[in-house]
Design a protein around this ligand. Structure first.
Ligand code: TIU
Length: 217
């Protein structure tokens, strides 16, 4: 069983019950002109995760291990988007409004899809989620049960929003989560640092943290 040198302690996982969970590596969050930028964010802060995550995904797939991708977004009629979420952000740059890559965060639009560099391989699961957490109003729990997954290696964006929400949800459901520090990104450097510290604090209150290069398969 691989053991990873991690914070706050070593993280051991059984490959036959582990999955790589890649959160929301979508054009709307990572490309200039998308939803993330419309919220006033600097998308360059997220792009440093692409190369390490692509390298880790290659190694993970080569070991025959499952990758699960998520995408945050909504139905074209916005019926699954709470009004309070819809009202957030600058007028004309809200969810469902026309953006540089189609309607912002709407399923089926170019901007909603995963960036080319991290395109899902054939057969890999893609979980569409209306919220920040990947368990809320999705089939993720059932999928993990079917695959017999107990350990999650977590990557994606953003560290303190969808990654954190998902790790907290997973932790409450009994999954052991290792957050890959070099493969998660925040628009805010201080949130990146504190977000990772919060995972591993108090003896690993939400999980473990390590760079992807510390995972030897
Ligand atoms: N705004 C922000 O930091 N994140 C999101 O809106 N969604 C995700 O984190 N995926």
């Amino acid at each position: 069983m691989p053991t990873v040198e991690a914070q706050p302690s070593a993280f051991t996982f059984a490959p036959d019950s582990a999955a790589l969970l890649v959160i929301d590596m979508q054009r709307d969050f990572l490309e200039p002109g998308g939803f993330g930028e419309s919220l006033g964010n600097d998308v360059t802060q997220l792009r440093r995760t692409i190369a390490p995550l692509a390298a880790f995904m290659t190694r993970w797939r080569a070991a025959g291990l499952p990758v699960i991708h998520t995408r945050e977004g909504h139905l074209p009629d916005l019926s699954d988007c709470p009004p309070a979420k819809l009202a957030r952000g600058a007028p004309s740059k809200r969810i469902g409004d026309p953006g540089a890559f189609g309607r912002i965060l709407i399923r089926g639009e170019h901007g909603h899809d995963i960036i080319d560099e991290l395109r899902p391989a054939p057969g890999e699961a893609v979980v569409d989620k209306p919220g920040k957490g990947a368990f809320y109003a999705t089939g993720l729990q059932q999928l993990l049960d079917e695959l017999g997954i107990r350990s999650l290696l977590v990557a994606g964006v953003t560290t303190e929003v969808c990654v954190h929400t998902t790790v907290r949800e997973a932790n409450d459901r009994g999954y052991e989560c290792l957050v890959l520090a070099d493969c998660v990104g925040s628009y805010f450097p201080e949130f990146q640092r504190v977000g990772l510290d919060m995972i591993a604090a108090q003896g690993g209150i939400f999980g473990w943290v390590a760079d992807s290069t510390s995972v030897h398969l």
